[in-house]
Design a protein around this ligand. Structure first.
Ligand SMILES: Nc1nc2c(ncn2[C@@H]2O[C@H](COP(=O)(O)OP(=O)(O)OP(=O)(O)O)[C@@H](O)[C@H]2O)c(=O)[nH]1
Ligand SMILES: [Mg+2]
Ligand SMILES: [Zn+2]
Length: 309
């Protein structure tokens, strides 16, 4: 009956907080366990469903990762980084202040497309958008067909909460964005227990408590959940190839397959339908330049590191 005893101390759980190699997992009864990956493998990510083995009281070892529905990634030369698993929506947050990088938002949208996950772009801090740069950027994305939302966590908290809650539905949502855009503030609006929960996560993972350093998952009232991630500045896309980039640019899609060469990279090739569409005014030159710069960046990374996927 040793097997039965073993089975009883094994349980399924969801990874709800991740800080380096330290995790908190929540079992189906809502209990939290401190967990580490068996063999110190670096493959567990927030949102993962995992099989655990009970260790000491409140402690567990992650034995295996259950098959993932989705995996959001970013990657640079040094390493690729999984952002979250099993998410159904990526919420890309930006704001007028601190200064946002429009290309960061665009890169996040390509990463979401590559992972097969629906994106939502949120402009936060509309109260600080005096020159309208934030809303112009949002309008460009809406015109491309992306789902967008303009909110102010500070100036209009009730409406922000209602609009966001209605949009997030019962999916598993992942918040990404540069540091300081208001991701955690928005989550605090949506999840009244977020501060208490964050405290509990931090205490159990021995973290400090200022900005977001760990990834954390919060249940939403009425279903679904939302994952807070630490802000970062560079959204590397070294894991994508040029074909994935092109099909993830909504304004490129109607013109794909019309280039003279089947393997056209839409850079300097003659007879390129994408560049023709730009010349004709159907593709914004700023968006094309974004594609061309990203393509050059990815090709040079691949020349340096042929082992990239
Ligand atoms: N004026 C204004 N300030 C806001 C708004 N939303 C958030 N802030 C402020 O912006 C600052 C940064 O907010 P956070 O929620 O910590 O930002 P974050 O995206 O979680 O940052 P990281 O955790 O570093 O990635 C805080 O001082 C918030 O009070 C808003 O709608 N208007
Ligand atoms: Mg934060
Ligand atoms: Zn082309």
């Amino acid at each position: 009956m040793i097997e039965t005893a073993g089975a009883r101390s094994r349980f399924e759980a969801r990874v709800v907080a991740a800080y380096g190699r330290h995790f908190l997992v929540e079992d189906d009864a809502g209990r939290l366990h401190q967990a580490q990956r068996r063999g110190k493998r670096a493959d567990v990510v927030i949102g993962d469903r995992v099989l655990c083995q009970r260790a000491a009281a409140g402690q567990a070892t992650i034995e295996s990762i259950l098959p993932r529905g989705s995996l959001l990634m970013r990657a640079d030369v040094a390493r690729s980084k999984a952002l979250a698993a099993n998410v159904g929506r990526v919420v890309v947050v930006y704001a007028p202040r601190p200064a946002f990088n429009e290309r960061f938002v665009w890169r996040a949208l390509l990463a979401a497309d590559a992972a097969g996950v629906a994106p939502l772009v949120v402009l936060n801090k509309t109260d600080l958008d005096e020159d309208g740069a934030g809303s112009r950027a949002l309008a460009r994305l809406a015109a491309l067909g992306y789902a967008t939302l303009a909110v102010s966590a500070k100036a209009a908290p009730a409406r922000t909460r209602a609009d966001l809650r209605a949009t997030l539905g019962s999916a598993s949502n992942l918040m990404v964005g540069q540091s300081g855009m208001g991701k955690s503030t928005l989550i605090n609006l949506l999840v009244p227990q977020a501060n208490a929960r964050t405290q509990e996560y931090s205490t159990r993972l021995n973290l400090g408590r200022q900005t977001t350093t760990a990834s954390r998952l919060f249940a939403l009232d009425g279903g679904g959940d939302i994952i807070d991630t630490p802000g970062f500045q560079a959204f590397g896309l070294a894991h994508l190839d040029l074909r994935q980039l092109a099909v993830a640019m909504p304004e490129f899609v109607p013109h794909l397959g019309r280039c003279r060469f089947n393997d056209c990279r839409h850079l300097a090739e003659p007879g390129c339908a994408i560049r023709a569409a730009m010349t004709a005014g159907a593709i914004d030159p700023g968006r094309y330049a974004f594609y061309a710069d990203l393509a050059a960046e990815i090709e040079s990374l691949r020349r340096r590191d042929p082992a990239l996927p």
